[in-house]
Ligand binder design. Structure first.
Ligand SMILES: *[C@@H]1O[C@H](CO)[C@@H](O)[C@H](O)[C@H]1NC(C)=O
Ligand SMILES: *[C@@H]1O[C@H](CO)[C@@H](O)[C@H](O)[C@H]1NC(C)=O
Ligand SMILES: *[C@@H]1O[C@H](CO)[C@@H](O)[C@H](O)[C@H]1NC(C)=O
Ligand SMILES: *[C@@H]1O[C@H](CO)[C@@H](O)[C@H](O)[C@H]1NC(C)=O
Ligand SMILES: *[C@@H]1O[C@H](CO)[C@@H](O)[C@H](O)[C@H]1NC(C)=O
Ligand SMILES: *[C@@H]1O[C@H](CO)[C@@H](O)[C@H](O)[C@H]1NC(C)=O
Ligand SMILES: *[C@@H]1O[C@H](CO)[C@@H](O)[C@H](O)[C@H]1NC(C)=O
Ligand SMILES: *[C@@H]1O[C@H](CO)[C@@H](O)[C@H](O)[C@H]1NC(C)=O
Ligand SMILES: *[C@@H]1O[C@H](CO)[C@@H](O)[C@H](O)[C@H]1NC(C)=O
Ligand SMILES: *[C@@H]1O[C@H](CO)[C@@H](O)[C@H](O)[C@H]1NC(C)=O
Ligand SMILES: *[C@@H]1O[C@H](CO)[C@@H](O)[C@H](O)[C@H]1NC(C)=O
Length: 457
């Protein structure tokens, strides 16, 4: 049949009939319109609840009948009240509980109780030129609002990092259908390796306890009619010391070395991240033995008292609750005032120093070149190389792993040509060419590099 209906264009008479039926049905259904704003309503225990219903019709009617029923699924529906025109006839059992003001079909439930939870069915019959009826079902839930939750911490005292667990127990005095959500620093906590929660999430376990777990924890308890957040709690976690450093007010610090101007007194201070705060102790190391100086975060060093030019010190941080300690060694150097200033200036002169260095290097290179040319040392080396067996080179090649090592091998020679016109190119591939231009006066203007390869037999 359905398929036939879709094939309408091919059977015009049948289609026409379908259309007429459709129009008729539409006319009847729209003659009485019954609407409810919501099919599910969350009620609060102890407060009145109005089940809003709206209806309208555009036909002339003589009687309007409104019926309310209550249904709690396993049990059979109960009759609550009925109204015809302006007169209401309640079920005497619920006489004071429900109020209806016809023709308004909305039902007022005066004090809502947990037992009022269920489905409320409204049926409207209008009687005129025939009877038309419509009905709707509204699901009502009833909840007790939650009270402010309280967090119990277990243990109530602090926990040492990696050595214990923290359990937070969120409880509400009153409330039905409570859903718990844990927050850390105002953001919801997702369950992960460090946080686990019970089935209904009122218990949060922090395992393992790490420094990163420190924060402001709160618990949010919600149900369909209310939401309350607990006060923030901050579990005590003992950790550290971590990241021990030593610094100074005046002394310059480079790596582990503090530079103190002669005649000046400087203050050194240690800092480490730790809870509870660490106990700092200072000592001086000399001749492989340690001499304790003092306890406390600060150490005054007067340069006059530094017996040697350089002294080694040690700062130790100890946390007596975690039982962990860390120490740091450093040196104090006393520097004459002028020297330090020079060192300071050195920073700005550095480009000049580089130029000077390069110049010096070039001059030395030139001198070496002259020497090389004056004394035929290379010839001696060359002869020695000649006498070396080929296997030596092969060995060198395999060890180096550089495939062309043999190609690169040779004696490199710098040749200076006195006059550009007099340059005669020499083959660099034959040993016989290894006789060299020597003992000439050098203008040092043109050079050529010659590679000599020892002959392979
Ligand atoms: C009532 O209104 C609907 C549209 O909402 C219309 O289709 C129908 O014909 C009307 N009936 C009467 C009797 O006016
Ligand atoms: C309802 O009111 C109409 C007129 O508004 C009247 O004709 C009808 O008889 C009344 N029905 C009852 C049950 O009182
Ligand atoms: C029915 O009464 C309620 C209050 O009891 C009101 O909010 C609602 O607008 C009324 N509905 C109609 C159709 O007058
Ligand atoms: C009553 O119904 C008849 C047919 O069922 C129709 O002819 C007539 O117009 C209707 N009267 C009113 C007032 O709706
Ligand atoms: C911490 O929790 C783990 C796993 O839940 C458990 O094995 C361990 O015994 C607990 N430690 C303490 C100190 O409660
Ligand atoms: C959480 O706290 C409540 C109230 O103090 C207590 O009844 C409950 O046993 C606690 N739960 C756990 C797992 O400790
Ligand atoms: C935790 O709360 C304290 C005061 O209650 C506040 O000073 C601190 O900034 C908070 N920390 C974070 C990470 O929100
Ligand atoms: C989770 O625990 C591990 C150590 O088990 C730690 O390195 C990590 O920082 C912890 N993460 C958080 C978010 O606390
Ligand atoms: C310091 O101790 C090391 C080994 O502990 C030793 O080799 C060295 O000779 C000692 N130096 C002095 C000055 O005692
Ligand atoms: C840890 O040191 C503090 C002083 O910094 C002291 O008051 C405390 O008693 C010490 N605790 C333990 C367990 O030794
Ligand atoms: C360069 O060398 C040639 C030949 O040795 C010499 O005649 C000439 O004077 C030299 N030039 C200079 C500037 O020394």
């Amino acid at each position: 049949m359905g398929q036939d209906a879709f094939m309408g264009p091919f059977t015009p008479t049948f289609c026409d009939l379908q259309w007429k039926i459709h129009v008729l049905l539409l006319g009847i259904s729209s003659a009485l319109k019954l609407t409810v704003p919501s099919h599910t309503i969350h009620g609060t225990e102890g407060l009145p609840l109005n089940l809003l219903v709206d209806y309208n019709f555009n036909i002339t009617v003589s009687d309007i009948q409104i019926i309310w029923l209550f249904e709690k699924p396993p049990t059979t529906p109960k009759y609550l009240l009925t109204a015809v025109n302006e007169s209401v006839v309640p079920d005497l059992e619920y006489k004071h509980k429900f109020t209806l003001l016809p023709p308004n079909a909305s039902l007022l439930i005066k004090p809502l109780h947990l037992s009022d939870e269920g489905n409320y069915i409204v049926k409207i019959n209008i009687h005129g030129n025939g009877t038309i009826s419509a009905s709707e079902k509204i699901q009502v839930t009833v909840d007790v609002p939650v009270t402010k939750p309280v967090i119990y911490t277990e243990p109530s005292f602090g926990v040492v990092e990696y050595m214990g667990n923290i359990t937070l127990n969120c409880t509400v005095g009153k409330g039905t259908r409570v859903v718990y959500q844990w927050m850390k620093n105002g953001k919801p906590i997702e369950a992960n390796t460090n946080y686990s929660s019970s089935a209904n999430k009122n218990i949060l376990s922090i395992v393992p306890v790490v420094k990163e777990a420190i924060g402001n924890y709160s618990c949010l308890a919600t149900n369909p009619v209310s939401a309350m957040e607990s006060d923030v709690i901050r579990p005590t976690i003992y950790y550290g010391p971590y990241g021990l450093t030593v610094n100074s007010d005046k002394a310059q610090k480079v790596g582990k070395v503090f530079t103190v101007d002669k005649g000046e007194a400087v203050q050194l201070y240690c800092s480490a991240d730790s809870n509870p705060p660490t106990i700092y102790s200072w000592s001086r190391t000399a001749d492989n033995s340690t001499h304790p100086i003092k306890y406390g975060r600060y150490l005054e060093v007067a340069s006059e008292k530094v017996s040697l030019k350089t002294e080694e010190y040690k700062c130790r941080a100890y946390n007596n609750l975690t039982g962990k300690g860390e120490e740091i060694h450093f040196f104090v150097i006393v520097m004459p005032r002028g020297l330090e200033q020079l060192a300071q200036k050195g920073k700005y002169l550095s480009p000049l120093a580089i130029i000077t260095g390069i110049s010096l290097f070039l001059i030395v290179s030139m001198c070496l070149l002259v020497l090389w040319k004056r004394f035929p040392l290379h010839k001696v080396i060359q002869q020695k190389l000649h006498s070396r067996p080929e296997t030596d080179y092969r060995k060198a090649q395999t060890i180096s792993g550089h495939e062309n090592a043999l190609d690169d091998f040779g004696i490199y020679e710098f040749v200076a040509f006195p006059d550009p016109a007099g340059i005669s190119r020499v083959s660099s591939r034959s040993v016989s060419d290894s006789d060299v231009v020597q003992g000439q006066d050098l203008n040092g203007t043109i050079y050529e590099v010659i590679q000599h390869i020892p002959e392979q037999h």
